[in-house]
Design a protein around this ligand. Structure first.
Ligand SMILES: [Zn+2]
Length: 601
């Protein structure tokens, strides 16, 4: 393995570390055993002179609403004073260590973190690179989140580059500063031999740190990312960053992203860049995370910042933050020319399918889904589809009908872009705080010149949405080819495991639900006919079945045979499409053109 790396300068005082009164906090990260997925962290806290110092590891990272217990990957916490005398360290709860600092002026805390989870919000360290999710890496002094910090990265000798949105400290290689811990926890760090691609767009210097290789075309990537940057900036009218960093992790098969103030982390498929569909999917992710630099990182609900890193931070407005972003990511692709009109409409249909064909849409509202993200969206199980809805899909549809309603009410002179621009100015720039949902609604209604109460109400209830009320106004209609629903529905889904047909989901409101089919049942026979693993027999039964037919289903449940009776009910799921409205007026078509074309400058 690589050369053993020792830090010999543990007592070297860094006089230039950011001062806060006469205190400073400084971190040094090094990699002695990257092959075993460890990083060594040295934290120096100076000037506190307290009997004890409590240091804490966040339990979650903003943008990803799940308590991840990052402290579980911390080990070997030890402390000493400026003279090298050991200081006693003990844990007082799951993520807090109490250091008996004995009024020492300078306290050094050493610890190791383990990182071997591939995701955009967890640490990953191996012999080729380290991705540091800051909330999983840096301890903070309890009560001192507003304190600045200096961060020095000592790359493993085989690594050459550090990529992060943190501000570099002049004259100190691989050293950065954060004005406070909110900023530090919002600034992931990539260390390794990443391919760094730079470009200027919207007056901002952009860096793409490509990790893990891939068949991307640099020129095309620069051109297409520039277009997305310009289109996102056009929505808000101003780009608040001077510098922005994309950290892209390329895997055999990857996806997902996490937004930050002036950077983002994206997962991508290493060999997906030459496949048009996969590449447009990647550009959609770029648009989504870039849009967030305004929408959620700056324009945000009042509950989302400053954060409490110790526990869940609840908001009912993720349908606005994630839903609107999900609506705009496709719209940005359409405006940039990466999606044809029909591909864009299909993306909307996908949202309609995801919402309307999910039984949980009639159980959970978009606002409830937002509030319970911590225990539902981020912790799905076999019953999730029956009990919950995605605030991404439902929120995107609510954004759609808001956009269309504003276009209609203003004769096409205003749209959702104008609302976001005004809200960014009002809450982020002027009031310098998050919004309360009624305040955002009020501002939106001022822009629209009409009440939007019914749509905001729809976000808080499970009442059906009359999409055509809004789509017709712009010359389109949602059609459902299953409208009469006079076709039978089986009500359970299967997957083949080791040649066995296993039930993977049971839908609420179907004959399978009534008849007691369970997830994990092995389906052996229907009406006395043994099923083949290819599912042909199952298809044959359903093709000739009618609503009201009774099926005898033989299953094996935990090794015991059971015969269950299913009475087929009518189809609960729609077959949706969005089509041009026949007989649309000129005015409807004019509004439709505004909706799907590039906004006027
Ligand atoms: Zn998002």
């Amino acid at each position: 393995m690589k050369k053993f790396f020792t830090n010999l300068f543990i007592f070297m005082v860094t006089l230039t570390a950011p001062a806060f009164g006469n205190t400073y906090i400084r971190f040094e990260i090094s990699f002695k055993e990257p092959q075993a997925h460890y990083a060594e962290i040295k934290m120096e806290v100076s000037g506190l002179k307290k009997d004890f110092i409590d240091v804490k590891m966040p339990v979650w990272t903003p943008g990803s609403y799940l308590v991840r217990e990052y402290a579980k990957h911390v080990e070997g916490v030890a402390a000493h004073d400026a003279s090298g005398n050991s200081l006693e360290v003990g844990k007082i709860n799951k993520n807090t260590w109490r250091v008996a600092s004995g009024k020492s002026d300078r306290v050094v805390i050493n610890y190791r973190i383990y990182g071997f989870e591939v995701s955009v919000r967890t640490n990953f360290i191996d012999d080729s690179h380290a991705f540091l999710s800051p909330a999983a890496t840096f301890l903070y002094v309890d009560g001192m989140l507003d304190h600045p910090a200096e961060i020095s990265v000592v790359p493993h000798p085989a690594w050459s580059s550090v990529s992060t949105g943190l501000e570099p400290v002049a004259g100190k290689p691989n050293t950065f500063e954060a004005a406070d811990f909110d900023l530090l926890f919002d600034s992931p760090i990539e260390v390794g031999n990443q391919d760094i691609i730079t470009f200027e767009a919207a007056g901002v210097h952009h860096e793409i740190a490509m990790v893990g290789g891939g068949n991307y075309n640099k020129e095309r990537l620069i051109r297409d990312c520039s277009t997305i940057v310009e289109e996102c900036t056009r929505v808000f009218g101003v780009n608040p960053n001077k510098r922005y960093v994309f950290i892209v992790h390329n895997y055999q098969s990857g996806g997902g992203g996490l937004e930050h103030l002036n950077s983002t982390v994206l997962g991508a498929s290493r060999n997906g860049y030459q496949n048009e569909r996969s590449y447009v999917g990647f550009l959609g992710l770029v648009a989504h995370e870039y849009f967030h630099l305004w929408h959620v990182k700056r324009l945000r609900p009042i509950e989302l910042g400053p954060f409490n890193y110790d526990t869940e931070n609840y908001t009912r407005s993720l349908w606005i933050m994630e839903g609107f972003t999900a609506y705009f990511d496709n719209l940005i692709l359409r405006r940039s020319g990466f999606l044809t009109e029909s591909a864009y409409l299909q993306a909307l249909v996908n949202d309609v399918n995801a919402v309307e064909n999910r039984a949980g849409n009639r159980i959970q509202s978009a606002a409830q889904a937002s509030f319970d993200a911590w225990i539902k969206y981020y912790r799905p199980d076999e019953n999730s589809a029956n009990t919950s809805v995605s605030y991404y899909n439902k929120g995107a549809l609510l954004a759609l009908i808001l956009d269309l309603r504003i276009l209609e009410a203003t004769n096409g002179t205003k749209r959702l872009d104008d609302v976001l621009k005004a809200a960014y100015q009002t809450f982020y720039v002027e009031k310098k705080r998050g919004f309360r949902e009624p305040e955002l609604q009020q501002l939106m209604e001022e822009v629209a010149g009409t009440s939007l109460a019914d749509i905001f109400q729809a976000a808080h209830t499970t009442e059906p949405i009359d999409y055509n009320r809004y789509l017709n106004a712009v010359g389109y209609e949602l059609v459902d080819y299953h409208e009469d629903r006079n076709i039978p529905e089986l009500g359970f889904a299967t997957s083949v495991n080791d040649g066995r047909i296993m039930v993977s989901a049971v839908s609420r409101g179907t004959g399978a639900w009534d008849g007691g089919i369970n997830v994990r049942d092995e389906v052996i026979a229907i009406n006395g006919e043994r099923l083949d693993a290819g599912g042909k027999e199952l298809n044959r039964v359903m093709q000739t079945a009618a609503v009201g037919d009774v099926l005898q289903v033989l299953v094996s449940r935990d090794g015991r045979l059971r015969e269950l009776t299913i009475t087929l009910r009518q189809e609960t799921k729609g077959a949706f499409n969005i089509m041009p409205l026949s007989g649309a007026t000129e005015e409807q078509e004019r509004l439709g053109n505004i909706w799907l074309s590039q906004p006027q400058q």
